[in-house]
Ligand binder design. Structure first.
Ligand SMILES: C=CC1=C(C)c2cc3[nH]c(cc4nc(cc5[nH]c(cc1n2)c(C)c5CCC(=O)O)C(CCC(=O)O)=C4C)c(C)c3C=C
Ligand SMILES: [Fe+2]
Length: 431
């Protein structure tokens, strides 16, 4: 702790009973002059209140049955952070951090700072300031736990859901980098403004710095899926529409069957939550760009410009796996959509929410280090993602992609009201 830190801006972690006054003080709200009621999700963006534009001020609800950022209409920017617990972390210190994160997220998602930007002259500001007058831009903050959170360090082994068994090495996983995989805790920040998403992660990392350290971080510069029928289907870096056949927010029954954890769980604290698979998949863009369009379309099973299935119709037409072109299957048996389709995976579906990313260039080869940060939410990743991924071992697209990071996260249910916090039903009664 630097000599200019104060207990108010960076308090040491304290005991398990996190009352509202204490955790608000912990995110720098004490003395900020902000109405506490404002943190309850009034739905008014900070920018609107302070003279910003209407579009900047769009706010996603923070409290609810499910965490925002899952079925929420997918925003255009992502910053995803994985954290490791410090050796000194204890259950009380983790409880306090999660409560402070919840209080901070409820403010950030309304476009408010987590505390004063102009504070005492010799004190670092409680909020870092780079999103001060930007507005909420539909920011969502989604928090989860990796399998290692439940190892013997915190003594929480009996709280680990059976479905949070690590993914292990799958058939295609020959190039996974463990330093950018896994982690104890994750935070997904999505927004229409990349700086708003970055600001959220930066300030949560700052609030949690006595308890967790950043393990890896991934930015996504453009959405590569659609989670609402109101959205245009975007394109991935291979130039194909991605998200056409995704689960959409307007299909609550489908989401209920495939996305939200229900009574089947062995851990009540996960009810209303979901399991997130993150996979960073490098796309070999230069090789792809020298492939002919007929082959590109055969690989996906769809037309590049329109996104329509090769079996005919428009973008949203049903895939017809019996259709023939010149006596051959119109949708190739090893095409991506055929192998990933529910009909070939025992009906399994996933909610895709990935982002295009770039890390600049690979200096060894001078090629673009870019691809898809694949994210998929589901009720059970072993029965859904893994099943589909195993089928994709035959995918013709594999020649052009390499998975380099792989992680599984338990994303708890939504926060009910002010005073609730991430993992409270799991950790709240833990001494
Ligand atoms: C294991 C799950 C999946 C991985 C990993 C994956 C990687 C991946 N996908 C694309 C591009 C497209 N995917 C499309 C459809 C699609 N993909 C998956 C699953 C995984 N994709 C599913 C379940 C589906 C839907 C299949 C269906 O029901 O029809 C499409 C087609 C358009 C669409 O429906 O979204 C594209 C294009 C890339 C580039 C990629 C890895 C880099
Ligand atoms: Fe796909």
């Amino acid at each position: 702790m630097s000599t200019t830190d104060t207990p108010e801006t960076h308090p040491e972690p304290d005991g398990p009973r996190v009352d509202r006054r204490r955790f608000l003080a912990g995110v720098g709200l004490a003395g900020a002059g902000l109405a506490v009621g404002g943190a309850a999700g009034a739905g008014i963006g900070y920018a609107a209140a302070s003279g910003g534009t209407d579009t900047d001020a769009e706010v996603e609800p923070f409290y609810g049955e499910h965490q925002a950022g899952i079925i929420t209409r997918q925003q255009n920017s992502l910053v995803f952070a994985a954290f490791d617990l410090k050796d000194s972390a204890t259950v009380p210190s983790v409880q306090t951090m999660l409560a402070r994160w919840a209080a901070a997220a409820s403010l950030l998602t309304q476009g408010k700072p987590v505390g004063p930007v102009e504070s005492r002259p010799m004190t670092p500001p409680a909020d870092t300031g780079e999103a001060f007058d930007l507005g909420a831009h539909r920011l969502t903050v989604t928090v989860g736990f990796g399998p290692t959170f439940f190892d013997d360090r915190l003594g929480l082994q009996d709280k680990r859901p059976a479905a949070l068994q690590p993914l292990g090495q799958l058939a295609t996983d020959t190039t996974i980098d463990p330093t950018i995989s896994g982690g104890d805790v994750c935070v997904q920040a999505c927004s229409e403004d990349p700086q708003v998403a970055f600001h959220a992660i930066r300030n949560l990392a700052r609030i949690g710095r006595n308890v967790v350290t950043l393990r890896w971080l991934q930015e996504g510069f453009g959405r590569a899926s659609a989670t609402s029928t109101s959205q245009v289907t975007p394109r991935n870096l291979f130039g194909f529409k991605d998200g056409t056949a995704n689960i959409k927010a307007e299909e609550p029954a489908v989401a209920g069957e495939w996305v939200w954890v229900g009574d089947e769980t062995d851990q009540d604290w996960m009810k209303g939550g979901s399991y997130l698979v993150t996979r960073k998949i490098r796309m070999h863009i230069e090789a792809w760009d020298s492939d002919d369009i007929t082959d590109q379309e055969r690989i996906f099973g769809r037309v590049k410009e329109s996104g329509a299935p090769l079996s005919g119709g428009d973008e949203f037409a049903t895939l017809d796996f019996t259709a023939k072109t010149d006596g051959q299957p119109a949708i190739h048996p090893f095409s991506h959509v055929r192998l990933a389709h529910p009909d070939n995976n025992g009906g399994a579906q996933i909610l895709r929410r990935g982002y295009n990313y770039t890390d600049g260039i690979d200096t060894r080869t001078g090629t673009l280090a870019a691809g898809l940060f694949f994210m998929a939410y589901q009720k059970n990743a072993h029965e859904q993602f893994v099943r589909i991924q195993n089928n994709l071992a035959q995918d013709a697209m594999n020649e052009y992609v390499s998975p380099i990071s792989s992680s599984l996260w338990a994303i708890g249910p939504g926060l009910s009201k002010i005073g609730d916090w991430y993992g409270k039903t799991m950790l709240g009664n833990t001494p």
